[in-house]
Design a protein around this ligand. Structure first.
Ligand code: PRP
Length: 213
């Protein structure tokens, strides 16, 4: 048996579509109510639904063998696992953004950056050799520059409409991200056949989708 941790929310629907296309019966997941653990009917696979950062925790602790999670969460939280596949959906980017029309890099004043992703923000500015103060915000980071708490934000931009509707704009792209399949380091060896089968099935759907596009 292998256990897959699947990120709930934004990427959940696409992940279930991908698993279904790969031949797994995910009907229970489509009508799940408040249930969190699902045994697939036609495969020796258990799927658990978890918040993105927790998917990484479960994989790193070895209680889940594989996980479906965004590159954003991997960049912020993870490292002790293998990143196996780019699943090709959930495409968006990390961007530095702020009030429209301001020149962020003008002047030498001390900058305050708000983000849900302090590690990603720190790495981005470290690479530039710029020292910034980072304020951790839990959600709707766009409020921070509007309320004058921060000079800019580092956040996820997908369609750009949250920025637009709040009078903000992208100053600079930080990194492009998408959804990934990650695997526990021990499971790669101990459950090689099951993991290989999962990877093979998912890869086949991904390359088919790429060819159709
Ligand atoms: C993310 C992100 C932006 C928004 C960007 O937030 O933090 O606020 O989506 O998407 P857009 O470019 O398509 O407008 P999310 O909806 O995940 O909620 P949160 O702010 O509560 O984390």
């Amino acid at each position: 048996m292998i256990r897959i941790a699947l990120t709930k929310g934004r990427i959940e629907k696409k992940a279930i579509e991908l698993l279904t296309e790969a031949g797994y019966d995910c009907s229970e997941l489509e009508d799940k109510g408040r249930k969190l653990v699902f045994k697939l009917k036609n495969a020796d696979i258990e799927v658990v639904l978890a918040k993105a950062a927790d998917v990484i925790t479960y994989i790193e602790h070895g209680v889940c063998d594989a996980g479906i999670v965004g590159e954003d969460t991997i960049m912020e939280h993870g490292k002790w696992f293998h990143e196996i596949l780019d699943l090709g959906f959930g495409k968006c980017k990390f961007a530095l953004a702020g009030i429209k029309g301001m020149n962020f890099y003008e002047g030498y004043s001390h900058k305050v950056i708000a983000s849900k992703y302090p590690k990603v923000t720190k790495n981005f500015f470290n690479q530039k050799g710029i020292d910034v103060e980072i304020v951790k915000i839990e959600g709707s980071v766009e409020l921070a520059p509007i309320l004058n708490l921060a000079d800019a934000i580092v956040d996820i931009v997908e369609t750009g409409s949250t920025l637009r509707e709040n009078g903000l704009e992208v100053y600079e792209d930080v990194a492009y991200i998408s959804t990934r399949l990650i695997v526990n380091t021990a499971s790669i060896k101990l459950k090689k056949a099951e993991i290989d089968d999962l990877v093979k099935r998912l890869s086949a759907v991904i390359s088919k989708d790429e060819n159709d596009a």
